[in-house]
Design a binder for this molecule. Structure first.
Ligand SMILES: [Zn+2]
Length: 271
């Protein structure tokens, strides 16, 4: 499932590949991924030019010249991939196919269910899912002071809040493991018991781990628009490393199952 670093990488590559290209055609093979009738959708986007692509939470936003933003959400996983003019998409696999004016194609695929929404330009707050997103963790909006205020009175486990998109946008179950390890926090630690020094460490860890994820091109089975896979897996500290030594103290990394999610932690560093 793509998380913030994966989406940043995809958005950057789309920005580079699509900027100033126009949409010549659209084929919708799964109309339920749209937020308006397919006919209206196609009419609105055909002949529009891509202005820029950027990231918000787990969404890639592509602004089109005048009037619209295309909002892509890959759900549990998927791809937005550039293809050559002579390649033929499988309509059962590709949910939406954009033809570009240079002949290339942009294929959108989800494993389960995702979204290709059309939002009036500049009106992200009018979109029910985007409007609910918490602050961007890499922006100046999220200061240690603000994070401390946000955690006040929160009695649940810290990990739960980090994964809550309305609390902070973009973090998921891959990057959260190393964030908690860098912050020296047990995933089940009640959020309101964090002292200012804990919050400072957590804030630093969020920025460091997400920044590393971007530096290594995103996580496993996450791709940019040209199909290059992320290599962050090689740089995971404790995430998905059950039985291996903690990079800081050598203690064996343990797995902790709570509900449907698994945590990976060093029992010595994260008490
Ligand atoms: Zn350790």
């Amino acid at each position: 499932m793509p998380e913030l670093p994966d989406i940043v990488i995809l958005a950057r590559s789309m920005d580079q590949a699509l900027r100033s290209q126009s949409i010549a055609s659209v084929a919708v093979h799964q109309s339920k991924c749209l937020n308006r009738p397919a006919e209206d959708f196609c009419q609105a986007v055909v002949s529009r030019k891509f202005q820029r692509a950027w990231q918000r939470g787990k969404w890639v936003l592509a602004d089109l010249d005048r009037d619209w933003t295309l909002a892509f959400n890959l759900g549990m996983g998927g791809e937005v991939r550039l293809h050559r003019p002579d390649e033929v998409p499988n309509p059962r696999r590709e949910r939406v196919v954009f033809g570009l004016d240079n002949g290339e194609q942009l294929w959108v695929h989800f494993w389960w269910f995702g979204h290709v929404h059309l939002i009036p330009l500049g009106d992200l707050n009018g979109h029910h899912q985007l409007a609910r997103l918490g602050p961007e963790p890499l922006s100046d909006d999220l200061t240690p002071q603000r994070l401390r205020q946000m955690l006040q009175g929160k009695r649940g486990a810290i990990k739960k809040y980090l994964l809550d998109q309305s609390f902070i946008a973009g973090i998921g179950n891959v990057y959260v493991q190393d964030i908690l390890w860098h912050a020296r926090l047990h995933p089940l630690r009640p959020a309101n018991t964090l002292v200012p020094a804990d919050v400072e460490r957590l804030h630093r860890a969020i920025r460091q781990v997400l920044g590393e994820g971007i530096r290594w091109g995103g996580g496993p089975r996450e791709y940019d628009v040209w199909g290059n896979e992320g290599t962050y897996t090689e740089h995971l500290q404790v995430g998905y490393r059950t039985g291996e030594p903690c990079p800081a103290c050598g203690t064996v990394v343990e797995e902790l199952r709570v509900g449907t999610t698994t945590s990976y932690l060093c029992p010595r560093c994260q008490t």
